[in-house]
Write a protein that binds this ligand. Structure first.
Ligand SMILES: Nc1ncnc2c1ncn2[C@@H]1O[C@H](COP(=O)(O)OP(=O)(O)OP(=O)(O)O)[C@@H](O)[C@H]1O
Length: 268
């Protein structure tokens, strides 16, 4: 390992379909080391699929994904295991185990994937919880937490094994504006304090652009636009304008592709 290219992740000419459903049609993107990068797109644009391809749960049909210099789909089982161990993932809506306390939720990846003694796990869990401002919550169950707190616990769990890369799938979904801001700031602060690299996939343009270094806009299987927040906000490209300002009309169609209406109604 130890391939010190400037980018931690390099995606070249990525093609991927679920059967007939084409999700990526030649995506190129890079995630520089140490940065927080957003991958923005409407629902169904393939954001979660992209994370699964980076994590090696899915294989591209064409193209290449390199993580830290290694081509993910060329790794053997052992290599994939090691790679995944170096990635922290926060799932959509947090995904805490409802029958485990906050402490056990964060200790879970440590117990599963390391041989660390319980005393050390105890201290590490407290450190991770301290990092998200929730050291006092170890004994609580997930249903005793507010939505924002649960998301912070999930964040602490994502960084439990000191990953080199943290991936956040819709970290802002369903949060009130204050919690949303707290989570966004935490993603930024943790990235910088832990010197990791972070990918945030989300449809939440305004929140993510406040904290990311760079963003890609995915649509129709391709990167339609990319840039820093000021670059994107200043762009006059119709797609960027529609997406950033959530306009219902523009290059992004409101209707899913379907057979002509007359045909569906049996009139054709
Ligand atoms: N296991 C699967 N089998 C078949 N199609 C799938 C599968 N998983 C996802 N898809 C389809 O692939 C496309 C991309 O899905 P994906 O979940 O990556 O999108 P997304 O941008 O993350 O959307 P959302 O924000 O709504 O979760 C969608 O059209 C979805 O219906």
């Amino acid at each position: 390992m130890g391939h010190e290219s400037e980018s931690l992740i390099e995606i070249e000419d990525l093609h991927f379909s679920f059967g007939e459903r084409k999700v990526f049609n030649g995506v190129n993107l890079k995630i520089p080391r140490g940065k927080v990068v957003a991958v923005l797109g409407v629902g169904g644009s393939g954001k979660s699929t992209l994370l699964r391809l980076i994590g090696g749960q899915l294989k591209p049909q064409r193209g290449r994904i390199r993580v830290n210099g290694q081509v993910v789909h060329e790794l053997d089982q052992r290599g994939l295991y090691e790679l995944r161990r170096s990635m922290g993932l926060m799932f959509q809506a947090g995904g805490l185990f409802s029958d485990m306390s906050v402490f056990d939720n964060i200790a879970f990846p440590m117990r599963e994937r390391t041989d660390l003694p319980e005393e050390l796990i105890h201290d590490l869990v407290l450190m991770k919880l301290h990092a998200v401002g929730l050291r006092g919550t170890t004994h609580l169950m997930p249903n005793e937490l507010s939505g924002g707190m649960a998301r912070r616990v999930a964040l602490a769990r994502a960084i439990a094994l000191d990953p080199m890369l943290t991936m956040y799938d819709e970290p802002f979904a369903g949060l009130d504006p204050i919690s949303l801001n707290v989570i966004a700031q935490l993603i930024r602060r943790l990235n910088d304090a832990l010197r990791v690299t972070s990918i945030v996939v989300t449809y939440d343009v305004s929140e993510s652009l406040k904290v990311v270094d760079y963003a890609y806009l995915l649509h129709d299987g391709l990167v339609q636009a990319e840039g820093t927040a000021p670059e994107l906000l200043a762009s006059a490209a119709p797609f960027v304008v529609q997406f950033l300002h959530a306009q219902p009309t523009g290059p992004v169609a409101f209707h899913m592709q379907s057979a002509p209406y007359r045909e569906d109604l049996g009139l054709a």
